[in-house]
Design a protein around this ligand. Sequence first.
Ligand SMILES: Cc1ncc(COP(=O)(O)O)c(C=O)c1O
Length: 299
Amino acid sequence: MLQPKLLELEKSFNKSVLTQIFDPVLEAAEVELWIKRDDLIHPVISGNKWRKLKYILNHVLIKGSDTIISMGGAYSNHLHALAYVGKTLNLKTVGYIRGEKPKKMNPTLLDLQQWGMELRFVSRADYRVLRQYKDCDALPELKKNEYWLPEGGATKLALKGVAEILTEIDLKMDVLCVPCGTGTTLAGLVEASQGEYDLYGFSALKGGEFLVQDVSALITTQKTNWVIQLDYHFAGFAKANNELLLFIEFFLKQHAIELEHIYTGKMLYGLYDLIRKKHFKPGQRILALHTGGLQGNRG
Ligand SMILES: Cc1ncc(COP(=O)(O)O)c(C=O)c1O
């Protein structure tokens, strides 16, 4: 059962909307494209963030923990949402940040501080060590009141909240697309799908082959209706080139939908590339999930 504090918080969310996209590329390929605007469900905990955090937070509250410790990069959407929700729920938050403390704090880090998150900057080597702790009590020297949350909220508890995305889609679709960082959002959708459509994950990272293993480890049922596109990483996580940036700019001008270059921009660029290459059958309806992350555009 969802704790009253979370039920209350959930009341402040906007209803998600589905928007159909019209343009000549789609027309030429005779496919339909819809975007689920989860970037609009909340000013801060938008996109896939609330979905992944919802039942983790419920577990934190049920356990009686008062501190959540997690990790992320200096522009982390995950830490951004966590710090905000921590402040809202009166929970202490601690964030291990990859790399040295910058001379000038970026807007994400400033928000984290303002919302009371304790920031601990760690070397890239130490950050890699932290990645190996997967369970909520796995971090060494964790105190009884503290709860460990791995990078990106990648836990099985996240899948339950992600699955709720599907209950909001009242449209028959052939393909559902989502960007992948840890693969948790894709795993939640795969787990909840009944095999009636294909799921496409778009890796935001170079060398995203490991995602297949990570997604498989998170799901409990063997499914064959999902793939991960590995070729749209633009040389690595958070990297971009002019072509990607121009695509994002064009998409905003053409469709009044803001994307960012880390996740949603790469997914839609990749999707358009596949559509141009006639990867999809005429008449197919494709739905792409806007997973938010627009706070990162400030940096
Ligand atoms: C905006 C945005 N989209 C997509 C993802 C990828 O989600 P996942 O790590 O669940 O694959 C993230 C990272 O959590 C994100 O911040």
